[in-house]
Design a protein around this ligand. Structure first.
Ligand SMILES: [Zn+2]
Length: 257
């Protein structure tokens, strides 16, 4: 299983990165399976760097804030009018309002039924895509939001590996359960301890580290750092609470699990 960062800029796209989007790939001996976790602004172009977007087996939306899904409009255009299009509908899994929200961003009365086969998450929903097993856990954000746990085959000598993506959340039980024992915990750190005191929206680097320790994960990759925050500040905060390795997500960065 491999994780590729398509976009990791927090809340808005940044000068160096698209907004939230991640490609997860896994091989089952016959072919490569591909999941896209979120598809924020500018991320569709980054997806083109790594694969044919029509080869994506499923798109999983953690929640429906624009910075996590607005490039579904670009995906819609590609699937409808792309070079070999129209392509078959791509399964999309997301919160209850996913169909309406995608219709809004596509706009102009565009229909989306032929491009997207939309499914609603339910709490602790389990989904199988090729060799990948996905479970979602409701987390704490101003809108319905989920952390996404992906279990898949190791690329490093057999066995199963676990990748957990926090989506957007503040500290909560759902996050810790989603990340329990994860080999890689891709965790947001949008806020910093010094700047933001508001609760119930995002993690700080320190709170991401705290969740990582509670969940006993093996490695943290911090993401969703806002463009006006220094990533090293988030990393330093996380390291005050978590004793394992803490990396910073960067566009194009890949982790092999
Ligand atoms: Zn959000």
């Amino acid at each position: 299983m491999r994780l590729v960062v398509l976009g990791c800029s927090g809340s808005v796209s940044g000068p160096e990165s698209a907004s939230s989007a991640y490609l997860v790939e896994a091989d089952d001996g016959e072919r490569t399976w591909r999941l896209v976790l979120d598809l924020g602004s500018g991320a569709f172009g980054q997806l083109l760097r790594h694969t044919d977007p029509a080869s994506v087996d499923a798109i999983l939306l953690s929640h429906l804030h624009a910075d996590h899904m607005v490039d579904m409009a670009a995906m819609h255009v590609y699937l409808r009018y792309g070079p070999q299009g129209p392509y078959p509908a791509v399964p999309v899994h997301g919160p209850p309002e996913t169909a309406e929200r995608i219709s809004q961003v596509c706009g102009n009365g565009e229909t989306i039924d032929e491009q997207f086969e939309i499914h609603r998450w339910t709490p602790e929903h389990v989904l199988t895509v090729g060799p990948l097993r996905v479970t979602v856990f409701e987390v704490l954000h101003p809108v319905t939001a989920y952390a996404i746990r992906v279990e898949g085959p190791s690329d490093r000598g057999g066995g199963t590996r676990v990748l957990t993506y926090s989506g957007d959340t503040d500290s909560c039980d759902g996050l810790v359960r989603a990340a329990a024992g994860a080999d890689l915990f891709l965790c947001e750190a949008a806020f910093t301890e010094e700047r933001e005191v508001v609760r119930g929206i995002h993690l700080t680097g320190r709170r991401a580290g705290e969740a990582a320790t509670q969940a006993a994960v093996k490695r943290v990759v911090l993401t969703h750092v806002q463009p006006w925050v220094c990533g090293e500040t988030a990393r330093a905060e996380a390291l005050t609470e978590f004793a394992g390795p803490v990396d910073l997500a960067e566009p194009g960065a890949t982790w092999i699990l």
